[in-house]
Design a protein around this ligand. Sequence first.
Ligand SMILES: Nc1ncnc2c1ncn2[C@@H]1O[C@H](COP(=O)(O)OP(=O)(O)OP(=O)(O)O)[C@@H](O)[C@H]1O
Ligand SMILES: [Mg+2]
Length: 369
Amino acid sequence: MLQRADHIASQRSVDRGGPHLVVEGLAKRFGGFTAVDRVDLEIGLGEFVTLLGDSGCGKTTLLRMIAGFAAPDGGRILRHGEDVTYLAPAARRMGFVFQSYALFPTKTAEQNIAFAPRMAGRPRGEIRKRVRELAEMVEIDRLLDRYPHEMSGGQQQRVALARALAAEPQILLLDEPMSALDARIRAKLRAELRGLVDRLGITTLYVTHDQEEALAMSDRVAVMRAGRIEQIGTPNEIYHRPVSRFVADFIGVSNILNGTAAMGGFAVNNALWDFALPDGIAEGETLTVMIRPEHMLPCGFDDPGAVCGTVEAVTFLGSTLRVLINCPDNLKLIAEQPSTSAWAGLQRHAAIAVKPDLAQLVLLDRPIS
Ligand SMILES: Nc1ncnc2c1ncn2[C@@H]1O[C@H](COP(=O)(O)OP(=O)(O)OP(=O)(O)O)[C@@H](O)[C@H]1O
Ligand SMILES: [Mg+2]
């Protein structure tokens, strides 16, 4: 496996930047229902990309088409420029970990991991060595004689991962591999998995509906909605520069405000926020903007851009305090500041004024020019 890692690492430097996996206009319908709607996606060699979206948005269907378990109704799949759309799953050299880990129940952990190399007719000694290496890597080397029902969910998960890696895939497709695990094990496995695929130089497409997991693990996140990719970007871009209300709502906590375009900025709730509006927006036009709670800052009641209100609730979150503020016209704002800040003694019903860090204001749902 280590040899392979070196090989991939050198490959990475050779075709740096060229996409390893390309999905073009991929579509899947079930009867009259479109589950995947002309999806385009490019993943670089060794890159870790996550598909994030609600239940039923088409994540598994997209992954199954890439792996070759479902035939697309349109579009194509390229691996290093080669069209693999109609290749059999085994010929695609992609590893797949299913949403339910789907180990063979009548085989031990060792037999499960050895399955692919055995099918490929590898020599016994080599198989034994590879199983041992992989088992050590995912820390189940003392459980190799156990059957799936004799292992915990987390242990089965590791076996499933080792089984997928045993086929030496160039591309790893993981469908919610942590969904059955508790939060503590998930966080641990998350870091281990990312470290492992990085070490082996494997290109990874990971599916989750857990936004925290997506932001923590990925080079890039693709937010899916009703069969389409609504936005793809680095975790930073997705969090700080969402393109739509959907993405802003889906990722983290946000203030989403409706207001109007005015001379000098954005008018909301008796305040004017000095904000450079893009070309083509007319005065009086209704706009939607987003600002994260940590960018709503304490200010004086008379400060330019101040929005005044009363404290409805203060929630202690450890490093920060989250304050829910009732403002006139039924506007509710969420602001978050360090728990050691001046807001530490804030009481319910207290009068409060906040203003946004204007550089962090994001205009939503505008066509990209
Ligand atoms: N074989 C099938 N026949 C009919 N409809 C299907 C089939 N497989 C999936 N669907 C539908 O396609 C849509 C997408 O399903 P998919 O399993 O891809 O969702 P998902 O994003 O993986 O959801 P989850 O997060 O719940 O796993 C759903 O509405 C689902 O009901
Ligand atoms: Mg699914």
